[in-house]
Write a protein that binds this ligand. Structure first.
Ligand code: AN0
Ligand code: CP
Length: 318
């Protein structure tokens, strides 16, 4: 594997999950693989889990790790070609990317949708410039449309907790005061759609996701109906995808918050969320603190997904 930006880069999921299990059971088996190889992690946006788990994954593989926060300490970057740079941007991304490329062997990039142009966001303009101009393998640490390291960790977690061969998984929208990307939800749907598990996506009208990610999942506008019989409830907020409201919060209906009453409709489902989560907006204190909440093991599996991906990229360098 050279680049990792979506589910299709990892190969057959059964094999990827077997590799992840091996990594989880033998975290230091490949401590020589990354010797003298440098991992550079570039963040255009904040992070707690991705920052720590991906560094830990690189260190477990014996890599040297460098982290750069573009907006704290680096020069402000212009990303559009042809702009007269007489404003606050000091450096162009077209120089910055190959310079960064010259300092490392593998690069991870976090660059959220900025909601200024749906076309640029959905064409992954920033991530693709890294792929095109850095000359080195690139992996996504959440880009504009997907968060594949998260989805891989989510699926590893579902495999660990599922009680039936084909669990019912419900992705539910929940309210949030600020505009959030669709990336986590898009990506979750994209990965679960590859498994053959039952996927139901529920949200208020107006929050329809890009049909390319929804795929064959069932869309249900009644959250209670969607939750009936669920084995896993995956909560997430996202802003509107559909025009003319792209990137906007169009309602904050708190009747969509995942509460004990909502969880009672399910088949004693496990509760999942990628974190960070706003309590009592997305999920009640009671639900996130309940024994059915698996958000902490889910976050712990971020090391496993990152290490599995980095290992595959390192093997591809040989
Ligand atoms: C981000 C999002 O919704 O995409 C990152 C989640 C992993 N969340 C926030 O910005 C709060
Ligand atoms: N889930 C996740 O990616 O968290 P961070 O934004 O803290 O990295």
């Amino acid at each position: 594997m050279r680049n990792f930006t979506c589910v299709h880069d990892i190969g057959p999921l059964s094999e990827a999950l077997a590799k992840a299990r091996y990594v989880k059971e033998n975290p230091f088996a490949d401590a020589e693989l990354g010797r003298n190889k440098t991992l550079l992690m570039v963040f255009f946006n904040s992070s707690l889990r991705t920052r720590l788990s991906t560094q830990k994954a690189g260190l477990n593989l014996g890599m040297n790790v460098i982290v750069l926060d573009i907006n704290h300490g680096a020069w402000k970057l212009e990303t559009e070609r042809g702009v007269v740079m007489d404003g606050d941007k000091t450096e162009h991304i077209l120089e910055a990317i190959p310079v960064m490329g010259s300092y490392r062997d593998i690069i991870g990039v976090r660059s959220f949708a900025n909601f200024e142009s749906k076309e640029d966001d959905y064409n992954e303009v920033i991530l693709n410039q890294f792929i095109k101009y850095s000359g080195k393998p690139v992996f996504s640490m959440e880009a504009a449309t997907r968060h594949p390291l998260q989805s891989f960790a989510d699926l590893i977690t579902i495999e660990e907790y599922k009680k039936t061969a084909k669990p019912k998984i419900v992705l539910t929208w929940a309210p949030h005061p600020k505009s959030l990307p669709q990336a986590v939800s898009n990506s979750f749907a994209e990965w679960i759609n590859q498994t053959g598990y039952e996927l139901v996506i529920t949200h208020p009208e107006g929050y329809e996701l890009d049909p390319r990610f929804v795929g064959n999942a069932r869309v249900e506008y009644d959250q209670d109906k969607a939750l009936a019989g669920a084995d896993f409830v995956y909560a997430k907020n996202w802003s509107a995808y559909k025009d003319p409201n792209y990137g906007k919060v169009i309602n904050m209906d708190r009747s969509w918050t995942v509460t004990t009453e909502k969880m009672a409709l399910t088949n004693n489902a496990y509760f999942m969320h990628c974190l960070p989560v706003r309590r009592n907006m997305i999920v009640s204190d009671d639900v996130i603190e309940s024994p059915q909440s698996i958000v902490i093991p889910e976050a712990a599996n971020r090391v496993v997904s990152a290490q599995t991906v980095l290992k595959e990229i390192l093997l591809g360098l040989k």
